[in-house]
Design a binder for this molecule. Structure first.
Ligand SMILES: C[S@@+](CC[C@H](N)C(=O)[O-])C[C@H]1O[C@@H](n2cnc3c(N)ncnc32)[C@H](O)[C@@H]1O
Length: 213
């Protein structure tokens, strides 16, 4: 298996999509911050902001970024404690890319059920033309209880096109690309949850990429 990289679906050659050059990349539900940290180390001309209401898993990496670059430091990283429902106004219009990888809880409900008011928060932090990438790794069988608890429908392409796309449009996003990949075709992700979930052979990945309009 190839070594993981910081590439995301919007940056992979297989699912190519125009990407922003330099700019500000925001990762919502950043978890332990791995994607942000590794990406920032590899791409020093971009500025990365990781956001999560639960900061405990970020403790180690938050210290590491202040080291000298040769010792693992990264001055182009910022971590913020916040939920998607309550993003700071200082982020308004700042993002050139927003990533949401393997969300759970209310973040999952926001993106998978298309909660227009909270999607509006995501739009608020985007610059015009910014990209929003959502990657979901739900297993329809194993995660049935989670689907029911969060009152989300199974994520078929039809559901994305007919139900989610209009809700995203209402919030100011145009879904330009979407897909469902079998476990065998997962692209390389550099997030901790990608590593965990990838071990389940039956877990497909559902993704969509939207542009802020
Ligand atoms: C399964 S983890 C994924 C972490 C990371 N993106 C990864 O791929 O390794 C889901 C993350 O979503 C965060 N989360 C849940 N609800 C959220 C919300 N309302 N706003 C922002 N983040 C949220 C959780 O705290 C958790 O860190």
């Amino acid at each position: 298996m190839a070594a993981p990289t910081d590439r995301s679906i919007s940056q992979s050659s297989k699912h190519s999509f125009e990407i922003t050059g330099e700019g500000v990349i925001i990762d919502i539900g950043t978890g332990d911050g791995r994607f942000v940290y590794q990406s920032a180390r590899r791409t020093p001309n971009k500025f990365y902001i990781g956001i999560d209401p639960n900061v405990r898993p970020l403790a180690k990496i938050s210290e590491k970024i202040y080291r000298k670059p040769a010792k693992g430091g990264a001055s182009n990283v910022l971590f913020i404690q916040a939920a998607v429902e309550d993003l700071p106004a200082e982020l308004n219009g700042v993002a050139d890319e927003v990533h949401i990888h393997f969300p759970w809880g209310s973040l999952l409900r926001t993106v998978a059920a298309g909660e227009v008011n909270v999607l509006g928060n995501l739009r608020r932090i985007c610059s015009s033309g910014a990209l929003l990438e959502v990657v979901i790794g739900l297993d329809p069988r194993r995660d049935r209880a989670e689907f029911e608890r969060l009152e989300i429908r199974e994520l078929s392409l039809q559901q994305i096109d007919e139900v989610l796309a209009p809700k995203y449009a209402e919030a100011g996003f145009e879904i330009n690309e979407r897909g469902i990949l079998p476990a065998s075709e997962w692209p390389e992700f550099n997030t901790s949850w990608a590593r965990r979930l990838q071990q389940n052979e039956n877990r497909p990945i559902t993704y969509f990429i939207a542009r802020a309009i």
